[in-house]
Ligand binder design. Structure first.
Ligand code: ACO
Length: 325
């Protein structure tokens, strides 16, 4: 098996910003409640007409430039998203055309907030087995397109953005271990009830606001803490490592309290946990990858560092990954 590593990163966050004080004018909430309960201060919003592939394209172009590769060099494009431009075709197909990556095989992955880690793990296998040479893995979301702006329980949490990485064979380091999991029995606590084959769109589903994300936040909170802790411990065990070996944890950014509770359970100091939730909110599939990209661009990840990605979301699904940079 070949060693597989990230050779380029890219990110795009839309220009429009929605602050907590903007939200105070929309629903019965306060900056104080949002900040103390979630750690979020503001989030980016896609422009009207800007879809998941538009955000993804900009992140992908930056990642390719960073990797010093051309679109034609790509053999595979995997896009993690739950807010694709439309139910089909895949965002990956749209990106292939926009980039001009003519020889790349393309598909999307629906694993919500763990989508990027799922995508990374799948793409890694294609390169490790020498099926493909270069892969582009993207996490992109326009979550605000499925956000109910009348529901204060959810609308304060989400934002839009995209991140991308280029994967290729590396001589040293790279992805050391990945661990993916799912508990489908709890899929009902976070979903979008209509718009699929169970409840196709009708005037009634629209009237009943079933095309928006529904979440039992409180229940998820406890599961998220335990699951992210377990996933981190499992992937480390698989790699034969301990937390002392980890230089930086890049967790999914659903709630700063969840992240700090996980760090506390694992005995990891806060300065070894990367956060962008304050500026970006929860961007589902795009959260972990944009945080990774920012940590690299800010110089917080250096060559030889050991990074732990740890994500959890709707499904319920989870994924963790250890990378030597
Ligand atoms: N402003 C003011 N008050 C609010 C708001 C708001 N925006 N939202 C809820 N409240 C109120 C509630 O109505 C409730 O009031 P009550 O006590 O009078 O009934 C009170 O605040 C407490 O509500 P809780 O839901 O218990 O608040 P909690 O501390 O659990 O925080 C939150 C809610 C932020 C949603 C948290 O539960 C959370 O982060 N959950 C996990 C989310 C997650 O991990 N999601 C998975 C990934 S997302 C994905 O996959 C797309």
């Amino acid at each position: 098996m070949k060693k597989v590593g990230i050779i380029g990163v890219g990110e795009y966050l839309p220009e429009r910003i929605l602050t907590n004080s903007d939200l105070e004018k929309m629903v019965d909430t306060s900056d104080e409640w949002i900040t103390t309960r979630t750690g979020i201060k503001k989030r980016h919003l896609a422009a009207v007409g800007q879809a998941a592939s538009d955000l993804a394209l900009k992140a992908a172009q930056q990642a390719l430039e960073n990797a010093k590769l051309k679109a034609e060099d790509l053999d595979l494009i995997v896009v993690a998203t739950i807010t694709g431009d439309m139910p089909f075709p895949s965002v990956a197909s749209i990106i292939q055309d926009k980039l001009g990556a003519k020889k790349a095989a393309c598909f999307d992955i629906s694993a919500a907030c763990a989508g990027f880690v799922y995508g990374l793990s799948v793409a890694e296998k294609f390169i490790a087995t020498a099926t493909y040479k270069n892969a582009l893995v993207i996490g992109t979301e326009v979550l605000t397109s499925i956000t109910d702006w009348q529901d204060r329980n959810t609308c304060v949490l989400f934002g839009d953005g995209a991140g991308a990485v280029v994967l290729s064979e590396v001589k040293k380091g790279g992805i050391i271990s990945t661990y993916l999991g799912c508990d489908g029995s709890k899929s009902g606590i976070l979903n979008m009830p209509a718009g699929g084959s169970r409840n196709p769109a009708t005037s009634e589903t629209v009237r009943n606001r079933q095309h928006y994300l529904k979440m039992q936040g409180n229940e998820l909170f406890k599961i998220a803490v335990n699951t992210m802790t377990d996933a981190a411990e499992t992937v480390l065990k698989q790699a034969g490592m301990t937390f002392a070996d980890i230089n930086l944890i890049i967790p999914h950014q659903a709630n700063a309290r969840i992240i700090m509770a996980v760090a506390k359970k694992l005995g990891i100091p806060q300065d070894r946990v990367y956060l962008n939730i304050e500026r970006c909110g929860n961007m589902s599939s795009a959260s972990t990858v944009t945080a990774l990209c920012e940590a690299v661009q800010e110089g917080k990840i250096k060559k030889g560092d050991i990074i732990l990605l740890d994500a959890f979301g709707a499904g319920l699904v989870w994924g963790a990954c250890i990378i030597e940079w």
